[in-house]
Ligand binder design. Structure first.
Ligand code: KG4
Ligand code: ZN
Length: 358
């Protein structure tokens, strides 16, 4: 079974061919980081224009790298959401036209479910129940997955995503964009215990995450200590390195502490950590230590598959195809698509006023 995956939800145009949901025959990613870097973040209009000019060559490259012809494909899987509407529309329209032209089924894939499936390409098969921490620039969710295709959100961020917090703190410190990799590099030279940050607890007792208070605490620390942002080309000083290391340690402790507590209560057979922030080695080491305390295997995607890519979309699409969950040609981009089909409390949470205890 050959599935072509297409991903364009944010600032990467990607296409990949995956055989039987596991063998990655090709994976092409055209990153727009250099286009957006001068603006310190993704500019949605620029992103959709870039997708428009990149999508055709990226798909053709993926097909030629895989060494297969379009008529050999069995299905086209595409990211439907969540993401930026202009970006998503490029992938969705292209995939619909391709599927229609080739007479193939189209499979709409949730981007977050894609990150979940990023681990199946390079690890042993997932054993269920599983628990998955999906941490990226746009999302921070801990899922309990009792069986394939069933998702219950146990913890979610009530404000910023973890990757977003990395990006914002890097900006405050003059470290550039994207923030995750630079913070991680600078943090190697810092003391993670130098600055003690207290993590917010949600007052309604849910095991949710919150990173905006931490971001404010970092900004206060910068003001109080008169820390100068790093200027272009200069090496960060010790104060900046200590702050980066302490911030990173707080994020890691919050993510791993919550995951370990929930895993101890729900006894999953596999732990999964995926999404752009899963590139972070401090996070990986902390999760590995936690998994060995729990006696459960943990799967991570490789670096190539941690950030946005289309192989994970093809793998998730293949699983949907096997479950008979194909879509019609009437699908369109859905910027706020959720991944939760068990115990959905999202609407209730949105109605409730959130209060934080420091
Ligand atoms: O999954 P992804 O490519 O896009 C989204 O779906 O959001 O994740 C991008 C995010 C960015 O916020 C980036 O700063 C973060 O992942 N990231 C990292 C690292 N590498 C990328 N965060 C922490 N440490 C890293 N090494
Ligand atoms: Zn992503």
């Amino acid at each position: 079974m050959l599935v072509l995956g297409i991903e364009s939800s944010c600032d990467e145009t990607a296409a990949a061919v995956v055989r039987n949901g596991r063998d990655m025959l090709s994976s092409v990613i055209s990153s727009q980081i250099e286009k957006h870097r001068p603006f310190g973040g993704v500019v949605p209009e620029l992103a959709s224009r870039e997708h428009l000019s990149n999508i055709q060559p990226v798909v053709e490259q993926a097909m030629s790298d895989a060494g297969i012809a379009f008529r050999e494909l069995d299905a086209v899987a595409v990211t439907q959401g969540p993401g930026l509407v202009g970006s998503l529309l490029v992938g969705v329209c292209y995939a619909k036209a391709l599927a229609y032209g080739l007479g193939l089924p189209i499979i709409a894939v949730n981007h977050i479910e894609g990150h979940f499936y990023s681990v199946v390409l390079e690890n042993p098969p997932i054993e269920y129940p599983a628990m998955a921490l999906i941490v990226s620039g746009g999302h921070t969710n801990l899922f309990f997955v009792p069986e394939e295709g069933k998702y219950r959100v146990i913890s979610r961020t009530r404000d910023d995503a973890a990757g977003e917090a990395f990006d914002k703190v890097a900006k405050m410190l003059g470290l550039g964009y994207p923030g995750g990799p630079v913070i991680e590099n600078v943090a190697k030279f810092g003391d993670p215990k130098a600055v003690r940050f207290t993590m917010a607890k949600i007052s309604d007792g849910r095991p949710d995450f919150s990173f905006s208070g931490l971001k404010t605490a970092v900004s206060r620390h910068i003001r109080e200590r008169n820390i100068e942002p790093v200027r272009n080309g200069e090496a960060p000083d010790q104060q900046v390195a200590d702050l980066a290391a302490s911030f990173q340690a707080s994020v890691v402790n919050s993510l791993v502490g919550t995951m370990e507590k929930q895993a101890a209560a729900l006894s999953p057979k596999t732990l999964i950590v995926a999404g752009g922030v899963a590139c972070n080695l401090a996070l990986r080491e902390a999760v590995e230590a936690s998994a060995s305390r729990l006696g459960v295997p943990v799967y991570f995607p490789s670096k190539h598959l941690s950030t946005d890519n289309a192989a994970m979309i093809a793998a998730a699409g293949h699983a949907r195809l096997l479950r008979g969950e194909t879509s019609g040609l009437d699908i369109t981009a859905d910027i706020s698509l959720r991944l939760q089909n068990l115990d959905n409390t999202d609407a209730e949470l949105r109605r409730r006023k959130v209060r934080y205890k420091p």
